[in-house]
Design a protein. Structure first.
Length: 279
């Protein structure tokens, strides 16, 4: 029986492509508690179907009474994202919702850097970064294992390994390792997942220390973020819809005033990207 799994690709929509982490399949760092609905598999080897949603708006209600409004204006698979009426970036996606190009803009409206991705389905094969004048300033190339469970990303101009990522068969992160120019690991993340749900993260570790935990009750998630010493930085409660798109998130924090009482509200378009299938 075909099982439908609704899938938010944070790499595509929410991730900050200014950070190299967006070079990968799913930006788990930024949506470390998002749930993907329905069972990952029914144990019978069925084909699974995934689709990515299109956000319409994202409003942050700050504790000081101010608001920040993010708008997502779509034209087919092309997106213009605005932050408080300022154009943040323009992006192009394939029919399945994977990013092909990002053009960033400065607060004054002039062009900032541009990033272009060559893909083979979910795999990023290379990433090109251009400066505001259109000059190619960096090119990252990916070397994937035959089973697509590991990728190494290299800066081809400098000839150095930037980072390595491993995945499980559901394309979920198991680990990320950042390297310095001498080949030493300088940062490592590891994830633990709910085996029955595609994107229910239970725990993430940074350099061997737990930095976030998440539990789920139906369409609610309860998230806790820790500092390196194990102290709670903030907690949140997130509500999702039947597609597991996030709707409302409320925050509490005794150490970060900007998070105490913060509320974020998302709205979504009815249209979604084309579903794709995986074994």
């Amino acid at each position: 029986m075909l099982r439908l799994i609704k899938y938010i690709n944070s790499l595509v929509i929410y991730g900050d492509p200014m950070k190299k982490i967006q070079f990968i399949l799913i930006s788990i760092l930024l949506v470390s508690c998002d749930k993907i609905s329905d069972a990952l598999s029914d144990g019978e080897g069925d084909v699974l179907e995934y689709s990515i949603g299109k956000p319409a708006s994202y409003v942050i209600h700050n504790p000081d009474g101010t608001t920040n409004i993010h708008q997502f204006k779509w034209d087919g698979n092309n997106l213009s994202r605005y932050r408080d009426n300022d154009l943040y970036y323009e992006a192009k996606f394939d029919d399945y919702g994977y990013a092909l190009e990002y053009q960033y803009y400065k607060p004054d409206g002039s062009k900032a850097e541009k990033r272009v991705y060559e893909r083979s389905k979910f795999r990023v094969l290379n990433q090109k970064i251009f400066d505001p004048s259109g000059n190619l300033v960096r090119k990252d190339s990916s070397v994937w294992s035959n089973d697509s469970l590991e990728v190494k990303v290299y800066d081809t101009f400098k000839g150095v390994l930037l980072f390595k990522e491993t995945f499980d068969k559901a394309n979920r992160f198991l680990s990320i390792q950042d390297y310095d120019t001498t080949g030493n690991i300088i940062l490592e993340y590891e994830w633990k997942w709910d085996t029955d749900y595609r994107k229910r993260i239970l725990e993430r570790s940074r350099n061997g220390n737990i930095d976030s935990e998440c539990t789920w009750v139906d369409y609610l998630s309860y998230y806790t973020r820790f500092d390196p010493a194990g102290n709670i930085l903030w907690t949140s409660t997130r509500e999702v819809n039947e597609f597991d798109d996030q709707l409302i998130t409320t925050y509490e924090s005794e150490s970060i005033p900007s998070y105490q009482g913060r509320i974020t509200i998302w709205t979504w378009k009815a249209e979604r990207f084309k579903p794709y299938y995986t074994e």
